[in-house]
Design a binder for this molecule. Structure first.
Ligand code: NAI
Length: 249
């Protein structure tokens, strides 16, 4: 195991792509803060998986859309793990599939509050701390929906990921001189519980034939790109995007 010991926060990492990212990052030697909003036992089981493999992790509850909770999350992570090196902005939500005319302003506000304002609050907190400690890396977990637009499913969610992509580009340029790299991964059709939240647990299976690689992806395949963008192996990448969507996009 590599032993960089650098502190990384992965938001929304009690399950899915976030959990796979936390486990892989710890396996590569990062000290990981597993952030969760509701399911503490799932977060603790990610921590236990990491510890059993000889890694270091803590679990911390925080709603990323709440500024006070975000500040407490970062304070607590740094107290336990040391100066922050990495942030993975992974937490996000979507709601039930519907057509554009059935979307409501209230729904857009909920989606944007977590997916855009949440990522913004975490990135803002991260860059202050990373500039003070000599640099770091932020990876935003976007979606191939930012390119496809998710018609008839959730255009609101796709819009939020488009905003995240734009934040990635702007912030990357703004903080490059501080030694902070900002990149994004755009997953698509990854087998996680998120599709059930959209009302169709078997969505990936339904769409399989439209995916050039003819299958859904695993959380580990998305995590692999995320952890690469965190690492020094991607040291000349900033404002970059990796699509992990089986050829869609
Ligand atoms: P998931 O639903 O399993 O994971 C999302 C996590 O974020 C959950 O653990 C949830 O509790 C957490 N979360 C939600 N709101 C939060 C808040 N306010 N504060 C803290 N945590 C919060 O879904 P999945 O698939 O693992 O998604 C991870 C990321 O990948 C998301 O950003 C998602 O948009 C993105 N993505 C996933 C795709 C897929 O096919 N599964 C495709 C494209 C993007």
């Amino acid at each position: 195991m590599a032993t960089t010991g650098r502190a990384v926060i992965v938001t929304g990492s009690s399950r899915g792509i976030g959990a796979a990212t936390a486990i892989l990052a710890a396996n590569r030697g990062y000290a990981v803060c597993v952030n969760f909003v509701a399911n503490e036992s799932a977060a603790m089981s990610v921590v236990q998986t990491i510890e059993k493999a000889g890694g270091k992790a803590i679990a911390r509850r925080a709603d990323v859309s709440d500024e006070r909770q975000v500040v407490e999350l970062f304070d607590s992570a740094e107290r336990s793990l040391g100066p922050l090196y990495g942030l993975v902005n992974n937490a996000a939500i979507l709601e039930r599939q519907c057509g554009f005319s059935d979307l409501s302003p209230a729904r857009l506000e909920r989606i944007f509050r977590t997916n855009v304002i949440g990522a913004f609050l975490c990135a803002k907190e991260a860059i202050v701390r990373m500039s003070a400690s000599g640099g770091g890396a932020i990876v935003n977990v976007s979606s191939c929906a930012a390119k496809t637009g998710s018609p008839h499913e959730y255009v609101d969610y796709a819009m939020s990921k488009g905003a995240l992509d734009t934040m990635t580009v702007g912030l990357a340029k703004e903080v490059a001189a501080d030694g902070i790299r900002v990149n994004a991964v755009r997953p698509g059709f990854i087998e996680t519980d998120m599709h059930a939240a959209g009302g169709e647990p078997d969505r990936v299976e339904r769409l399989r034939d439209s995916i050039p690689l003819k299958r859904g992806g695993t959380p580990e395949e998305a995590a692999s790109a995320i952890v690469w963008l965190l690492s020094a192996d991607s040291s000349y990448c900033t404002g970059s995007f990796i699509d992990v969507a089986g050829g869609v996009g």
